[in-house]
Design a protein around this ligand. Structure first.
Ligand SMILES: [Zn+2]
Length: 420
């Protein structure tokens, strides 16, 4: 089955049977021009920032290289300066904590129409893994209107599927009991793997793991334990939650091309990468009302895959996101350590249900202190030598045993940093 995302793009762009990678790029560039005009005419940030940009000269994606980037810091500094509609038309404001030195949160605004588009994309994305008459349990927040759970529920009802919102996994056993009999589960990787390693008897047909990075070790183990298909999704609040979703072939994300333009740029030089080359994911929203973002630097590391997908899809896809540039901590030995790399290694150990990580940096040495919740006794010295070998880092490792809640709420998983 060709990814339903392709048919959605064909419909939403109006390109229908004329849809190719080329016609899509042309269509997207027209939308980029409209977005620039709209943003310049309606918000302070872009009125100043894009003053000199001549939209008539924007013909190919390559021409976008002259347009300045929007950085997350710009949004943190003054989110209201991005606002293109009166406050009363804002339906939802998402406040995100940031790791920046200012510690100020980042705020993203949406109108009802913006979130309607998200629900429309979710309906298409979910039809990859579930269908009419089936039941989905959403292990994410959904109590408030326009939360991810709420949007998923709306989306699923449009394809005739039923959805129940459980919320994030705070009590693993309760979540397991709640998940019995569901065809599809949607959740956060560390929380879902905790469930699977507590009870291997659930039999959902499909599981959607939603986060910016999903370790291969988690996917493999979920498939082994629950005998299900595992799908991952790419998106962040700034993309309007949805950004791309895997098809059944599982290679790369089929992208939300009707609402977003994706570029990959060299994080140092800012030049566009050639197809297949890794770089930073940069997004431009194509019809966002409340808060358009133009050439927004996501900080995520990935590359574009060109050529047909195994599913028969013809549009370029985004390859698996390899983590975030900013989350890589430089160690004394010169190596980089990130939560993504660590998740990959730690969740590959079948006995580990969950863990927490703290890096203690001092003049003398870097020490990685890991609190591990395991199903059975694990030999600490064997475990630490396994971790050291697989991380290929010169860091000292300390392991302690304790219960670690999988629940991260709205926060992303991270390595705590302590300087001594
Ligand atoms: Zn595909």
């Amino acid at each position: 089955m060709i990814s339903p995302v392709q048919a959605w793009v064909a419909r939403r762009t109006g390109l229908k049977e004329r849809l190719t990678a080329e016609t899509l790029k042309k269509w997207q560039m027209e939308k980029v021009k409209e977005t620039i005009e709209y943003a310049r005419g309606n918000c302070r940030y872009y009125a100043e920032r894009l003053q000199g940009v001549d939209t008539a000269r924007l013909e190919w994606v390559h021409d976008m290289q002259d347009i300045p980037f929007t950085r997350p810091e710009d949004v943190v500094c003054n989110p209201e300066s991005f606002l293109c509609v009166p406050q009363r038309e804002v339906s939802r404001i998402v406040t995100l904590s940031t790791s920046g030195s200012s510690g100020r949160p980042k705020r993203i605004f949406f109108t009802g129409q913006d979130l309607e588009k998200t629900a429309d994309f979710f309906a298409c994305g979910m039809s990859t893994m579930t269908q009419s008459g089936e039941k989905t349990l959403v292990l994410m927040s959904g109590a408030t209107q326009y939360s991810i759970g709420d949007l998923l529920q709306k989306a699923l009802s449009r394809i005739g599927a039923e959805a129940h919102i459980h919320g994030n996994v705070k009590d693993v056993q309760r979540a397991i009991d709640a998940a019995k009999g569901f065809d599809c589960l949607v959740g956060v990787p560390a929380e879902v793997i905790h469930m699977a390693r507590t009870d291997g008897n659930l039999r959902p047909k499909s599981v959607l793991l939603s986060a910016d990075y999903v370790p291969e070790s988690i996917i493999k183990d979920l498939v082994d334990r629950w005998k299900c298909r595992v799908f991952t999704h790419y998106g962040m609040t700034e993309t309007g939650f949805g950004g791309g979703v895997q098809c059944r072939a599982g290679l790369g994300y089929h992208l939300r091309d009707a609402d977003l333009l994706f570029e990959i740029v060299d994080p140092e030089s800012g030049r566009q990468a050639v197809p297949g080359q890794y770089g930073e994911v940069v997004i431009t929203t194509l019809a966002r009302e409340a808060m358009p973002l133009i050439r927004y630097r996501t900080g995520d590391m990935a590359r574009m895959l060109t050529g047909a997908c195994f599913c028969g899809g013809i549009l370029p896809r985004l390859d698996k996101v390899m983590g975030r540039y900013a989350n890589t901590i430089s160690l004394k030995g010169g190596e980089g350590l990130s939560i993504h790399k660590l998740d990959e290694v730690m969740f590959a150990v079948p006995g580990i249900r969950n863990y927490g990580a703290k890096l203690i940096v001092s003049d003398r040495a870097d020490v990685l202190s890991l609190t591990v919740e395991a199903v059975q006794d694990l030999d600490s010295s064997r475990l630490s030598s396994y971790i050291k070998t697989n991380l290929a880092c010169s860091v000292d490792i300390r392991i302690s045993r304790a219960q670690v809640s999988p629940f991260t709420g709205a926060a992303k998983r991270h390595i705590c940093l302590e300087r001594r």
